[in-house]
Design a protein around this ligand. Sequence first.
Ligand SMILES: *[C@@H]1O[C@H](CO)[C@@H](O)[C@H](O)[C@H]1NC(C)=O
Ligand SMILES: *[C@@H]1O[C@H](CO)[C@@H](O)[C@H](O)[C@H]1NC(C)=O
Ligand SMILES: *[C@@H]1O[C@H](CO)[C@@H](O)[C@H](O)[C@H]1NC(C)=O
Ligand SMILES: *[C@@H]1O[C@H](CO)[C@@H](O)[C@H](O)[C@H]1NC(C)=O
Ligand SMILES: *[C@@H]1O[C@H](CO)[C@@H](O)[C@H](O)[C@H]1NC(C)=O
Ligand SMILES: *[C@@H]1O[C@H](CO)[C@@H](O)[C@H](O)[C@H]1NC(C)=O
Length: 465
Amino acid sequence: MKQNNNTSCLQFTRPIIIAVLTLMFIVIVLCTCQVEAKSSHMSKHHGHKHQYASAPAPHYGDLPAESSMFNVLSFGAKGDGVSNDSKAFSAAWKAACQVPSATLVIPQGLKFLVKPISFKGPCMPNLVLQIDGIVQAPPKVGSWKKSSLFQWLNFKWVQNFTVQGTGTVDGQGSEWWSLSQMLPYNVQSTSKHVLGMKPTALRFYSSCNVSVRGISIVNSPLCHLKFDNSRGIKISNIAISSPKDSPNTDGIHLQNSQHVEIEHSNIGCGDDCISVQTGCSDVYIHHINCGPGHGISLGGLGKDKSVACVSNIIVDNLSLESTLYGVRIKTWQGGLGSVKNVSFSNVQVSNVKVPMMIDQYYCDKKFCKNQTGGIAISRVKFNQFVGTYAAQPLHIACSQDVPCTNVDLVDIQLKPLPGLGGSREALCYNSYGKAVAPLVPASIDDCLRSDGGSRIARSHDVVCQ
Ligand SMILES: *[C@@H]1O[C@H](CO)[C@@H](O)[C@H](O)[C@H]1NC(C)=O
Ligand SMILES: *[C@@H]1O[C@H](CO)[C@@H](O)[C@H](O)[C@H]1NC(C)=O
Ligand SMILES: *[C@@H]1O[C@H](CO)[C@@H](O)[C@H](O)[C@H]1NC(C)=O
Ligand SMILES: *[C@@H]1O[C@H](CO)[C@@H](O)[C@H](O)[C@H]1NC(C)=O
Ligand SMILES: *[C@@H]1O[C@H](CO)[C@@H](O)[C@H](O)[C@H]1NC(C)=O
Ligand SMILES: *[C@@H]1O[C@H](CO)[C@@H](O)[C@H](O)[C@H]1NC(C)=O
């Protein structure tokens, strides 16, 4: 099976839409060449040595003309935290979507209660959603319709689009968390019908060149920010926060998405701070604070013998505090495909249970059936890890059938938490690679096997070409 690299924005290829877009494009080029010139100059200035596509640079400073500002209050939103402002949000989106370089404003100092809502593109380019106020989801589980449970705020088919501001998106997830922990007992039938599924707060689907910056996303019932089938994503200076014990509340979740940069953000939640799933490549994650949470994860991949392909992932300059794991690759037994070319570097851990992990026996319940075969993991580098661990410094358990190859451990200096007696030693199983000093604790030094194994990994790679 091949990974589809063109999944995002495919929906635009229908001939009629192309014709319409071409027309729009001509109009836009005529109207906004000044803005375009400025943004291309700025993006050159921000040029990074990795060629990650990113959305156009912000136009801080030059305030958009009145005619391109669309304030939700002008569309009937109340902002009192009680009224249903969904209709006003939809209407404001519709209007802003039709104007090039428009800004849809959610003003500061007000609370907007909105029901599940879909913001569909394609829109005129360079649309900005300026969130300065608070946007709140309905707090009562029973008030969600069964059909709307995939997500709360859904962006679909948008391109060259920016979400920015100083405001907060609040998923009001507490009732979802407590009810799902009570299942299957003690739940009123009105709520039971929806609890099999919980909504993601912000989801982007089939979108290109999207930038999310500045905002806070809190207390999602499930994942906080999710991208599917998208490319050219830049997430910067955001804050994500939900309690340590809120179930399945991933911070950022990426799936089938390429050319992604996530930077300078603070993430604390009840599950993975960042989760990278199948179909992702060219992902650059840097300057992230994570905690509480389960760390940065690739996977779980290959569940039910499925194919997973993940490649070219860089995680650099990461600080983890009181998390369950630091960085982790998790795959189910029996999966097909590969994870390759992954680098984790400059990682500071503090009270992290297991800072470095590859787990090819991932299982989310007590027992999982043993399966033959597994996803091939190769070219994974752990470089410059410092700090304290609370259980085990390193745990690399590779598939019995498909060993991990070219796993490098370079400059690892980890200490057990003070007072932690009898912590476990580093563990490596069926993993080949090299270790470069300094390596502390000493059990990391002779953990990896030093040669062989690569032939097997290569034969598994074919499904991801
Ligand atoms: C809120 O408004 C939206 C859009 O008009 C509508 O679909 C929804 O049913 C309303 N919900 C409630 C509880 O009034
Ligand atoms: C999106 O922005 C980029 C960079 O400014 C530009 O090259 C591209 O043509 C834009 N796409 C659309 C559909 O406007
Ligand atoms: C996305 O941005 C890149 C680089 O700025 C540009 O080349 C490309 O045309 C954009 N794609 C779309 C669909 O706008
Ligand atoms: C590994 O990934 C990095 C970062 O995405 C990329 O620059 C590099 O070209 C990749 N190496 C190979 C051999 O694909
Ligand atoms: C991350 O980068 C910042 C500044 O860029 C630096 O002060 C800090 O020490 C770095 N952290 C790690 C763990 O490398
Ligand atoms: C799976 O295999 C391992 C190692 O061979 C064995 O210890 C374990 O009991 C098996 N688990 C199941 C559920 O069969």
